[in-house]
Design a protein. Structure first.
Length: 281
């Protein structure tokens, strides 16, 4: 396995098994880190309208010199842009900022933002309709969701014509979200892990320190490999060139079953996932 290996989404589109995240990166940092990530071998870049760095990501893609079709690009619908007309405009805005003709994967970022709490089902349904039309128009290759729990996806499927192919959730040894992951697996939905390294607290977990030493790897490398061995799709993020390369070097070792179980047992050691029905944004 390598950075260019892929999972096949349920619609046949292939997505690289590791992505490069840009959350909390400024436009300038996103541009430079994307260039470094592509130089390191990443071929999957994740951004969002809410990150306010899509233009920087687009510039990084252009400056890398790679062909557009050789890089998988994900972006997301912002919390204020739910609804049919709003989503149509948001998709076009993302295409313009990324300076691209198409988006490989387009995701609803949150299922139940504060602005739409009284009518989140209808808002998601209308947003999804606009997204489906963009697929039909060749502007989007695959559709997904983020931070969705089973009841959010069930509600979406009451009207959806195209099924979500991927669910991007907070997913790491501290926040395993077993119920959501089980649902994703049952519906052939890829579980994509944002914040796969958790917060800074995860680097202080003694069990991870000991295992990282055993495998002669960093804690980050260990946890990213754990994610892959579970069949997740991790999105490590860094703005430091050395760390970007380090996080890509995870394909030359395997974690033993007993050690996987040890890592599985670290739930809650570095924070839990947010409740999407009660976020304050």
């Amino acid at each position: 396995m390598s950075l260019t290996d892929t999972y096949k989404l349920k619609n046949g589109v292939e997505i690289p098994v590791v992505g490069f995240g840009t959350w909390q990166s400024s436009e300038e940092d996103a541009e430079q880190s994307v260039i470094w990530a592509l130089e390191a071998g990443y071929r999957h870049i994740d951004t969002a309208s809410a990150y306010k760095n899509e233009a920087g990501v687009g510039r990084g893609l252009k400056k890398s010199g790679l062909k557009r079709e050789d890089v998988f690009v994900t972006t997301k619908l912002g919390n204020n842009d739910h609804g049919y007309e709003e989503a149509k405009q948001a998709i076009q805005n993302s295409l313009d900022k990324l300076d691209t003709d198409y988006i490989d994967l387009y995701i609803i970022h949150w299922p139940n933002p504060k602005k739409f709490r009284d009518n989140w089902k209808e808002a998601n349904a209308q947003s999804w309709r606009a997204m489906e039309e963009a697929v039909e128009a060749g502007k989007i290759r695959a559709l997904g969701v983020s931070n969705f729990h089973p009841h959010h996806i069930d509600a979406l499927m009451e009207t959806a014509k195209i099924e979500p192919t991927l669910n991007q959730i907070l997913l790491n040894p501290s926040a395993m979200q077993e119920e959501v992951v089980k649902y994703n697996q049952a519906h052939n939905i890829v579980s994509e892990a944002y914040s796969p390294l958790g917060t800074g607290k995860i680097f202080e977990v003694d069990e991870l320190k000991e295992l990282a030493e055993k495998y002669d790897k960093s804690i980050a490398q260990l946890v990213l490999k754990w994610s892959l061995q579970h069949g997740f799709l991790p999105l490590p993020k860094s703005v430091h060139e050395e760390r970007i390369h380090e996080n890509a070097n995870i394909f030359d070792f395997e974690i033993e079953d007993a050690d996987m179980k040890t890592i599985d047992g670290l739930k809650g050691t570095a924070g839990e996932a947010p409740d999407p029905d009660n976020v304050s944004f």
